[in-house]
Design a binder for this molecule. Structure first.
Ligand code: SF4
Length: 536
């Protein structure tokens, strides 16, 4: 084995009297990829900064670190200089032959039309290109070791995963060392470590994760038919309104105690379907029947009454918390707003019951939002949703703000609740692993339409749509085959909305938007080439 390019021996990072990382040993050989995972706040970023010799003021490192001459650190959410073109920023790093090397570095990370991007300012670039350009700036300097802190955080899963695999391919080809901190980093890595409570250790073995109990079946209690959502985006030549359809013809049915997952990335329409069911955005058409009552046609008092039974979980529960009100006041406030006729003397009992069903100790009622961890804030959101004993819970990315441990705890708790109370769930998520664990039926959405639907076992074994296959690949730690970024919703390509990213795209894909066709009973797919053998 080659001698390590980067070697940290007994590295300890302190801030005042607080030890953040204790006695960490890290070795990265040429061409090796090391992933470092850990919960939020574990000190991954500081470990990378200490390894690069770039700790912020106030922090000190002890121990021995040997590093090569050219080490590049790309911090989390690395920003480009806003008032300089991309080309000028490459020139600052590279000097004379900047354009050629800049184009190579950008193309290495699959930035399309790389040469043309050099004359643009950061605000003129899409988010995915900005993230890749920040990494390309580091690659262009040909570092011997690259330390990348959560590269692509905030991008869609397929785009982020593809980026990690491209970085790993760069390191192996250039015989450089690569350290990636953050979630999903283990997939393309040769070795993984986990930082928790200041200690760097091998990652914990994943335990047996709970999954949704099999459905008992039964008559549908939720029936969504031909749901459409559209927003006005301007005027036509004739003075009419121009509409942008963000959800087109989505439909599904759920029996009591079942879960439907709406799986897709940014712009897929999953959150809009969830919000349209809740009537938080107006539907342009369709029907949402809950126990036979069409929620879309109820008047406001009737819908208000229905909200007792149809509740929601949102991605950032803190955003809905007033910093000046206690947890108990929040939960009681939800109860008072939705069941005003009940005797106020009963509210403390309802609050206690909701907190306990959400897995919070009763003492949490006296806490204020600032004292809550992300996991506790999510439980408060759940307690507010449960205080009216809803039959339907619509969850929009309920684990988005949580680290792995809190995510597992909340998912386990939701599944437990569903098993006990036969709550019907609609889950909108970009996380295929979560969707496949929790759902009885998965609808994969792309550009506002369902492109594949089946039960999780069928999709795991025989996903036919390239987009479903890419989402599954990310969930299973494989390299997704989609390239590039999702197109703008305002300027989608003609034909299949995936065709500019799809590895199987052919001329026929530009002809028309594919419609859902049956593959077998309970499994439908919308792809012009679903029944052609792969590889053609
Ligand atoms: S229709 Fe064509 S571009 Fe769209 S998913 Fe199928 S093969 Fe890919």
């Amino acid at each position: 084995m080659s001698a390590p390019l980067l070697l940290a021996d007994g590295l300890t990072v302190r801030c005042g009297g607080t030890v953040i990382v204790l006695n960490a040993d890290v070795a990265v050989e040429p061409g090796a990829v090391l992933a470092i995972s850990g919960p939020a706040g574990a000190g991954k970023s500081l470990l990378l900064r200490a390894a690069a010799g770039q700790l912020p003021p106030g922090y000190v490192a002890d121990g021995h670190v040997s590093r090569p001459e050219r080490v590049a650190l790309v911090p989390q959410n690395a920003r480009l200089t806003p008032h300089r073109t991309l080309g000028a920023q490459f020139a600052e790093v590279l000097g004379g032959d900047a354009p050629a090397r800049a184009v190579l570095a950008l193309e290495r990370l699959e930035v399309p039309m790389a040469a043309r991007r050099l004359s643009l300012y950061p605000h003129e670039l899409p988010e995915g290109i900005r993230a890749r350009a920040a990494l390309a700036l580091a690659l262009a300097a040909d570092p011997q070791v690259l330390l990348a802190d959560a590269p692509g955080a905030g991008l869609d899963p397929t785009v982020r995963a593809r980026l990690l695999w491209l970085l790993a391919a760069w390191a192996r080809e250039r015989r450089a060392g690569l350290v990636i901190a953050g979630r999903d980093a283990a997939a393309p890595a040769d070795r993984a470590l986990h930082l928790e409570l200041g200690r760097l250790r091998p990652p914990p073995e994943p335990g047996a994760l709970p999954e949704a109990a099999p459905s008992a079946g039964g008559a549908p209690v939720l029936s969504v038919r031909d749901l459409r959502v559209a927003f006005p985006v301007g005027r036509t030549w004739l003075g009419g309104t121009r509409w942008l359809g963000v959800v087109e013809g989505v439909g599904f049915e759920l029996a009591e105690g079942e879960t439907a997952a709406l799986l897709g990335e940014t712009g897929s329409g999953k959150a809009m379907v969830a919000r349209a069911i809740l009537r938080l955005v107006p539907a342009a058409g369709g029907r949402v029947a809950w126990h036979g009552r069409d929620l879309l046609t109820l008047d406001e008092p009737a819908m208000r009454h229905e909200r007792r039974d149809v509740q929601a979980l949102f991605p950032d529960p803190r955003a809905a918390l007033d910093p000046l009100r206690s947890v108990g006041e929040h939960v009681a406030g939800t109860h008072a707003a939705l069941i005003p006729e009940e005797d106020a003397a009963m509210r403390p009992v309802r609050v206690t019951d909701a907190l306990s069903r959400a897995g919070l100790p009763l003492a949490a009622a006296d806490l204020y939002p600032a004292a809550l961890t992300a996991g506790e804030a999510a439980r408060v959101g759940l307690a507010r949703a449960l205080v009216t004993h809803p039959g339907l819970l619509v969850c929009d990315e309920p684990t988005a703000s949580l680290d792995a441990a809190d995510r597992e705890a909340l998912v386990g708790h939701l599944l437990h609740l569903q098993g006990q109370q036969r709550t019907t769930l609609v889950l909108a998520t970009e996380d295929a692993a979560l969707a496949f664990r929790m759902a009885h039926r998965v609808l994969v959405l792309l550009a506002g339409r369902v492109v594949e639907e089946a039960d999780p076992a069928t999709l795991r074994a025989d996903a036919r749509h390239p987009y479903t296959q890419a989402l599954l690949a990310v969930a299973e730690g494989r390299r997704p085959e989609l390239s590039g970024d999702p197109p703008s919703a305002l300027r989608p390509p003609g034909g299949c909305p995936l065709r500019l990213r799809c590895p199987r795209a052919a001329d026929v894909c530009a002809d028309s938007v594919p419609v859902l066709e049956p593959v077998r009973r309970g499994h439908r797919v919308a792809c012009h080439r679903w029944d052609e053998p792969e590889g053609d």
